[in-house]
Design a binder for this molecule. Sequence first.
Ligand code: FES
Ligand code: FES
Length: 185
Amino acid sequence: MPARKGKRTTRAPRRAAAHQAAEAVGPAARHRIRVTVNGRPYEAEVEARTLLVYFLRDGLGLTGTHVGCDTTSCGACTILLNGEAVKSCTMFAVQADGAEIMTVEGLAKDGELHPVQKAFWEHHGLQCGFCTPGMLMTAYAFLQENPHPSEEEIRIAISGNLCRCTGYMNIVKAIQHAAQEMAAR
Ligand code: FES
Ligand code: FES
């Protein structure tokens, strides 16, 4: 049966065009970004609405960065952006265009754990480990700024990172030992 001239055939393309136009400027609009992650350059197309944490996990396969809340509360998604600890669920991937990023995968070098990682292991700074990547990145960034912290300063530094398991005692102990180890290097 021949297609009838009617509203449907004439309207659909217009609707599609309108949809495409909305996508070009809306949250699904795609943007090309370049980032360096753990010393390796990447170029990718991302939707405007993609959170940085999902770009790292789903786009680059760096699943060491965890998502605990998606609402800037838990700190499990903490990474370093241009040397500063940030919660990667709190920004869009497009905002990281041109940035140097370090994730937990970038801590160990040549198969050797970073002193912060070793200290968490040796001093039982984790139980389930869900908060651990964020804790490690926060501690790493903090110790770059303050290599000889007091216990109180450590507690303040990790106050944006929640742990459901440990009671924080061993996390604080681990960061103290990491500081000593890094200072002795
Ligand atoms: S997942 Fe980002 S703060 Fe919880
Ligand atoms: S070790 Fe389980 S949430 Fe921190």
